[in-house]
Design a protein around this ligand. Structure first.
Ligand code: FMN
Length: 255
């Protein structure tokens, strides 16, 4: 088996876990390239035709996060077979797989398979809490085996169409109103972990809203629960998700 590498942007870890479960069905020895840290996206990484790469990103508003531009700028492939993975919070993945396929191909990848998988919704655990769970893990392992079969039979792949429409709808581009309250002791955890360096390390209450992508990592990482989404914004999202994300969706494979 050739080199297998998983490349991911995963502020809250569900995309990383999804890739690990999928990769388990493909190879025992999978390398990891974590493009979540701000400092991780300055290098350039090359992949040859004999390698196999899993490319994972979360879905934001039915698309890839804007950070995907930087993610792909780091990568250069030479007809490298790729497995595309979009992780979404049980509502909808919209055009994310199509966008992922187009961006991967532009980078030189030759797409072999695509997976839409469900991960705990970053805004509220009420939606897909704990996912990917044990059942997802089994399904993803099985998907991995099926992808491996295709790879061994065909080498580099031709992926049929994935769901999605052009032009991509941009959706709601309003900024995510994140708030820091008096519980903050300026410990710096949020700033150190912010994947886009949007939080001032000298004063954690200062967030550059033009940089912030609303990933919620700072909210989850805060040990004093001093960071949260502005309440009316949070309530609006949760009300929308109760209508659209209540019924369990299962991982999908496109091969
Ligand atoms: C700004 C933002 C937008 C999101 N948009 C969607 C969406 O359109 N559909 C959906 O099902 N989940 C959506 N989610 C949920 C994420 O896709 C989900 O939580 C994903 O598992 C996060 O990946 P990570 O754990 O690797 O960061 C959104 C989350 C955030 C923070």
């Amino acid at each position: 088996m050739t080199n297998v590498t998983m490349v991911y942007f995963s502020p809250n870890g569900t995309t990383r876990r999804t890739l690990q479960y999928l990769a388990a069905g493909i190879s025992r020895d999978c390398r990891q390239l974590d493009l979540t840290p701000f400092a991780g996206r300055w290098g350039k990484y090359y992949f040859g035709p004999q390698e196999l790469v899993l490319l994972g990103l979360p879905v934001y508003r039915g698309l890839l996060p804007a950070i995907s531009e930087e993610y792909f700028r780091c990568l250069q492939a030479e007809q490298t077979p790729a497995i595309l993975v979009a992780t979404y919070g049980n509502r909808a993945y919209g055009n994310a797989l199509l966008e992922l396929k187009e961006k991967a191909e532009r980078c030189g990848f030759s797409c072999l398979a695509a997976v839409a998988a469900v991960g705990e919704h970053a805004v509220s655990r009420e939606f897909a809490g704990g996912r990917p769970d044990a059942a997802d893990r089994e399904i993803l392992f099985y998907f991995g085996r099926r992808i491996l079969d295709k790879y061994l039979q065909q080498g580099r792949g031709t992926l049929p169409a994935v769901p999605g429409n052009r032009p991509y709808e941009q959706g709601d581009l309003s900024r995510t109103p994140l708030i820091t309250d008096g519980n903050c002791n300026n410990c710096g955890t949020c700033a150190a972990g912010c994947p886009v360096a949007a939080i001032n390390p000298a004063d954690c209450r200062e967030t550059d809203t033009r940089r912030c992508i609303g990933c919620m990592r700072c909210v989850h990482n805060c040990r004093r629960q001093a960071r949260f989404l502005e309440k009316s914004h949070y309530d609006r999202i949760v009300a929308m998700l109760r209508k659209t994300a209540a019924i369990r969706r299962e991982p999908e494979l496109f091969l």
